[in-house]
Design a protein around this ligand. Structure first.
Ligand SMILES: C[S@@+](CC[C@H](N)C(=O)[O-])C[C@H]1O[C@@H](n2cnc3c(N)ncnc32)[C@H](O)[C@@H]1O
Length: 226
């Protein structure tokens, strides 16, 4: 585990304070919040199917939280996966789960906008449910850092909340990310194609998308534009 100098990045995560003591309740909260839209397991399994990981691929999950996606990916490919997060407490929980489940994940504390991983090392970078709570300035720096660590033709997989057209999904989106929540401003910037526009401006090409949980989560696959 390395300790980054990450005060700026922490300030740019609008709910960073939730990931101290809250880290130890994080999984319970995520599962609780998603009960009405089919559950967090449905979301995560559908994203991992969308990623369709292959053996021998070098995979990196940024902003990995307590590691749910990275742990599943490592089970699927049967090999090592790299994963990091800004919050030392989230990473402590992730490491505990990896030991318990005997999964091969290299967890570390790192700022996604300045990771220190080698250049052109990863076949794919993955982000799950984190960009919607990070400021747009910081997101741009993260997109640049991902370009640096991705191999040529490497892929970027993202799943983030979206505001769906169906009524139930829209109600649930508002419940989880609406006006009352601290992240509503940053979350709204990404809906209705906002995330795609940001990534196109940052030099990524959108290849395909898919939705889960009544459309409240949208998965995207990008490649770096040549
Ligand atoms: C909502 S959680 C998502 C966690 C996990 N990806 C998941 O699917 O459950 C957002 C995570 O992003 C992390 N984060 C926010 N800004 C970050 C940054 N600049 N670098 C690394 N992690 C960051 C937070 O510490 C938090 O653990």
């Amino acid at each position: 585990m390395i300790s980054p100098r990450n005060d700026g990045a922490r300030k740019d995560n609008v709910i960073a304070s939730h990931y101290r003591i809250g880290a130890y309740f994080y999984d319970i909260i995520v599962h609780g919040l998603q009960v009405f839209i089919g559950g967090a397991t449905t979301w995560r399994n559908s994203f991992v199917r969308f990623i369709h990981p292959r053996r021998n691929e070098t995979l990196l999950e940024l902003c990995c939280g307590t590691g749910a996606v990275a742990l599943t990916l490592s089970k699927r490919i049967g090999g090592p996966v790299w994963a990091s997060d800004l919050s030392i407490d989230q990473i402590r929980v992730a490491c505990f789960k990896a030991r318990l489940l005997r999964r091969n994940v290299n967890f570390s504390v790192r700022d996604a906008s300045s990771t220190g991983y080698p250049s052109s090392f990863f076949d794919a970078v993955i982000i799950s449910g984190a960009l919607h709570e990070i400021t747009p300035q910081r997101r741009l720096i993260i997109y640049r850092e991902i370009r640096r660590v991705l191999r040529p033709h490497g892929r970027l997989f993202i799943t983030e909340p979206d505001l769906p057209a169906n009524r139930w999904g829209a109600v649930c989106f508002e419940f989880m990310f609406g006006q009352w929540s601290q992240e509503h401003e940053t979350a709204y910037q990404l809906v209705h194609g906002g995330l795609e526009a940001e990534l196109a401006a940052a030099g990524y090409h959108l290849e395909t998308t898919s939705s889960s949980n009544f459309g409240v989560f949208k998965h995207r696959r990008f490649v770096v534009s040549s």
